[in-house]
Design a protein. Structure first.
Lengths: 112, 114
């Protein structure tokens, strides 16, 4: 059974800092991995989608990497801003599976 | 703006009442999903639909039903609500139910069952 873990559960950093959020999964047979952002009381916004054949994806200040063999993905946020404060979730789509398995998220606070 | 629309945004409901949460997407996505999000339990899949006319059960389907009469709409019905169904419900869609599809979410429906 696929399990997705995100560490740390919460993170507080000063503005301008570069940071890394971690996501690990137990079954390396995945089709893709997706990173989301969720603001309080809001839905999930897709940030990056990495297919199993890819090693990384970039969008602006965000860079996500994928290492299937070790069951890990990282989300790198460069030059963090207070507006980046939110909960970040990763989710994996398994082999021949219709559903995404979600991690419990990392709650990020970027202090001005 | 293209996307997923959910209604109602929030609702307080007496136990035993019937409730339908509505979800409409205008992206012509094949697959649609209903998730519930609970503190400490994360997001859990309730039901899904790979294409119009077909539905399937997710992790926590008991007490819920869905229908998919057309591509755009995917309502979730609670036949007789119970307090444990108090949650935030999210509808999502993807272009394909296969390996490639990126998942997009609605803004959620907050349901309180008293």
């Amino acid at each position: 059974k696929q399990e997705v873990t995100q560490i740390p559960a919460a993170l507080s950093v000063p503005e301008g800092e570069n940071l890394v959020l971690n996501c690990s999964f137990t079954d390396s047979a995945i089709y893709n991995l997706q990173w989301f952002r969720q603001d309080p009381g809001k839905g999930l916004t897709s940030l990056l989608l990495i297919q199993s054949s890819q090693r990384e994806q970039t969008s602006g200040r965000l860079n996500a990497s994928l290492d299937k063999s070790s069951g890990r993905s990282t989300l790198y946020i460069a030059a963090s801003q207070p507006g980046d404060s939110a909960t970040y979730l990763c989710a994996v789509r398994g082999d021949s599976s219709y559903k995404l398995i979600f991690g419990s998220g990392t709650r990020l606070l970027v202090r001005p | 703006i293209a996307g997923i629309t959910q209604a109602p945004t929030s609702q307080i409901l007496a136990a035993g009442r019937r409730m339908t949460l509505r979800c409409t997407q205008d992206m012509r996505h094949n697959a649609m999903y209903w998730y519930r999000q609970d503190l400490g339990l994360g997001l859990r899949l309730i039901h899904y639909s790979n294409t119009a006319g077909t539905t399937g059960k997710g992790e926590v389907p008991d007490g819920y039903s869905v229908s998919r009469a057309n591509t755009d709409d995917f309502p979730l019905t609670l036949a007789s609500a119970v307090p444990s169904q108090t949650s935030v419900y999210f509808c999502a869609s993807s272009k394909t139910s296969g390996s490639v599809g990126e998942l997009f979410f609605g803004e959620g429906s907050r349901l309180t069952v008293l």
